[in-house]
Design a protein around this ligand. Structure first.
Ligand SMILES: O=C(O)CCC(=O)C(=O)O
Ligand SMILES: [Fe+2]
Length: 290
């Protein structure tokens, strides 16, 4: 797999030897919300560049037309199982070791920002921790971003069951393509109209370890949101999800045993309980100060 798990653990060990976790400045940057001031973060300087091996390109699925989610919305792609369980656990360990005071606690999620604070006048770049750089490198290797315009910014969002992110647009400070990696749990993700109706245009279940990429109208015209709920309809109830993703939750997996509490009218619908979800929103900030 492209993220080298052993290297990731080695990086984590090195970080611990140096007495701390991956550092991060943190402030809200997603969507239209105003950016709060950076949180105080007493973490140590970033680990030395080069301690983390580059991914093995050949073992990770490259994104292609086959991953396009068919439907009225242009252009949304999903790659199921983009990372394996070992990588997911390794990355979560790195993220879990980040001190609490690096995170910004919002009402319905916790976040931290890596790479700098994007501002209209430009972003003062900050070094990415090695695990975040490895994800960025893997996205370039997978063809999601070009080598000429690689990602330079990673937003880590943590959602507890029942939490989500309200409908928003990521905005013009970034290249109009975003990659979102899901870890720890699935969630319901939807694109809605940018008007008072908030009409859903595409709703899909994002499984853990999957990669969502969108651009075009999905980035520029529609709003997107993570629906704040405690359990989600399984993939077969989302017409746009690919069969490949539905296999993530086979009927005998024990995951689909919770009767719906949120839609009592749908007595036969069983929802999948959500767990703590951590996502990486990986983007390229267009204006970087030198
Ligand atoms: O967590 C997610 O899947 C979405 C995050 C998002 O939309 C953002 O960070 O702008
Ligand atoms: Fe977003």
């Amino acid at each position: 797999m492209a993220l080298d798990f052993n290297a990731l653990l080695a990086a984590e060990r090195t970080r611990r030897r140096h007495g701390g976790a991956a550092p991060a400045s943190a402030s809200e940057a997603a969507g239209r919300s105003p950016a709060p001031p950076p949180a105080p973060c007493r973490s140590p300087p970033p680990p030395a560049v080069g301690e983390y091996c580059l991914p093995e390109r050949q073992r990770r699925a490259a994104m292609s037309e086959a991953h396009r989610i068919q439907g009225e919305v242009q252009a949304v792609f999903h790659v199921a199982d983009w990372m394996d369980e070992g990588e997911e656990q390794g990355l979560l360990r790195c993220i879990n070791s980040i001190p609490d005071d690096c995170w910004v606690q919002l009402r319905s999620r916790r976040l931290l920002q890596l790479g700098g604070t994007p501002l209209p006048q430009g972003m003062q770049p900050e070094p990415l921790p090695s695990w975040a750089s490895a994800v960025c490198d893997a996205l370039v290797a997978a063809g999601v971003f070009s080598a000429e315009e690689p990602p330079n910014h990673v937003l880590v969002n943590e959602y507890l069951p029942g939490q989500g992110i309200a409908a928003h647009r990521d905005g013009p400070l970034y290249l109009s393509r975003v990659a979102i990696v899901s870890m720890g749990s699935h969630c319901t993700f939807q694109f809605v109209s940018d008007d008072v109706e908030r009409r859903p245009h595409l709703q899909t279940l994002l499984p853990r370890r999957g990669l969502l990429v969108f651009e075009g109208d999905a980035y520029e015209k529609l709003l997107h949101e993570v629906v704040a709920q405690h359990a989600d309809l399984p993939p077969q109830h989302h017409p746009s999800i690919r069969q490949q993703d539905a296999s993530e939750y086979p009927p005998d997996s024990g995951l689909a045993q919770t009767p719906s509490k949120e839609e009592p009218g749908m007595a036969t619908t069983e929802r999948i309980p959500r767990e703590r979800r951590v996502s990486l929103t990986v983007r390229r900030v267009l204006r970087v100060l030198s």
